[in-house]
Design a protein around this ligand. Structure first.
Ligand SMILES: Nc1ncnc2c1ncn2[C@@H]1O[C@H](COP(=O)(O)OP(=O)(O)OP(=O)(O)O)[C@@H](O)[C@H]1O
Length: 316
């Protein structure tokens, strides 16, 4: 099947410092990829590289980000802007990054639409109301006439999601879209994102710390540790047949309802200057051996649609 987005051998960093090494994954039309991993593992840096925003400081040092077969890293700034405008929507943890609190919601929607298609205000407004209704945002007229500061954080995040979708992008990139919200609103935002996928066939790449959300939403999971994707594959494979010790540690750290205590992970992740080669997890891993510390890591297939960086996974 054709991939909508394909990332291959991607190294990304800030200036000369490399943060993300050899990232590889693919997303098909309508597919949802969840990226999980400890804080500081490089998830946002990877997502920013795909966003192709000019002002993030992120540089693609090598590798390819291919969207519908086109290499995004070779686009001019103007082509990048056009690509972002037409093909990609972005949602951040804080809706304030997408919405201006001091401008009416209606104005922000209409401006976004008019910056990409020639459309009069009346037609734009009726399309916006239609989208809000599809997303179960009732009382659309009141929402449009409000300023973001008059609405709750959860409502603003749902509006930011609708704003990202107004151009019907093929790909939605979401950086912890639910983590600033309380649990019930989180559930609404998750439902809305699933609805977007079902109605519009939107592909989604989403960063989250919440394994519950990943297991509900994602079709595929990429687990990141110290700048590497250490395990990647179909959700059921990664959750049930995980074979990287870090994935296991991440799953064991989830609070449980059966009374069993979650297991914490001793030690700390290495800094990016400390990981030159070998496995960044070796010093915290029960299987960590001398070879792990020196052997170059690569994702290797461990089952159909399932890859892992751990050489112990295959008894290598
Ligand atoms: N603008 C920047 N300039 C230099 N280094 C940066 C910059 N932004 C992030 N970093 C570094 O890159 C590394 C990865 O950060 P990143 O935000 O990508 O991790 P993350 O996995 O998304 O973390 P979190 O879950 O806490 O958001 C960190 O060591 C961070 O200090």
């Amino acid at each position: 099947m054709n991939n909508l987005l394909e990332v291959s051998h991607l190294d990304v960093g800030y200036g000369k410092t490399t943060i993300v090494r050899d990232a590889r994954f693919a997303v098909q039309k309508g597919e949802i990829l969840g990226i999980v991993g400890e804080s500081g593992s490089g998830k946002s840096t990877l997502l920013k590289a795909i966003m192709q925003l000019d002002d993030t400081g992120v540089t693609v040092q090598s590798g390819r980000i291919s969207f519908q077969g086109q290499n995004l890293t070779s686009l001019s700034n103007e082509e990048k802007r056009a690509f972002r405008g037409n093909k990609m929507g972005v949602v951040f943890q804080n809706p304030g990054s997408s919405l201006n609190p001091l401008r009416r919601v209606k104005k922000q929607f209409i401006e976004t639409m008019q910056s990409h298609v020639k459309i009069d205000k009346k037609t734009a407004e009726s399309r916006i109301l239609e989208l809000l209704e599809k997303l179960n945002l009732q009382d659309g007229q009141r929402i449009l006439n409000s300023y973001p500061y008059e609405l709750s954080g959860g409502m603003n995040q749902r509006i930011a999601l609708a704003l990202a979708m107004i151009k019907e992008p093929e790909l939605l990139l979401a950086d912890e879209p639910t983590s600033a919200l309380d649990v019930t609103v989180q559930a609404q935002v998750v439902e809305e994102m699933l609805k977007l996928r079902d109605r519009f066939g939107t592909s989604i790449v989403m960063i989250t710390h919440n394994m519950g959300i990943v297991s509900k939403m994602a079709d595929k999971i990429a687990v990141m540790y110290a700048g590497r994707i250490v395990e990647y594959g179909e959700k059921a494979e990664v959750i049930k047949n995980h074979c990287h010790p870090y994935t296991r540690a991440l799953l064991e750290a989830i609070p449980r309802l059966d009374g069993k205590r979650p297991v914490g992970l001793p030690g700390r992740p290495p800094t990016f200057h400390e990981v030159k080669c070998g496995c960044g997890f070796a010093s915290r891993c029960i299987h960590g051996c001398e070879q792990c510390k020196t052997r170059e890591q690569q994702l290797i297939p461990v089952a159909e649609n399932h890859w892992s960086c751990c050489s112990h996974a295959l008894g290598v």
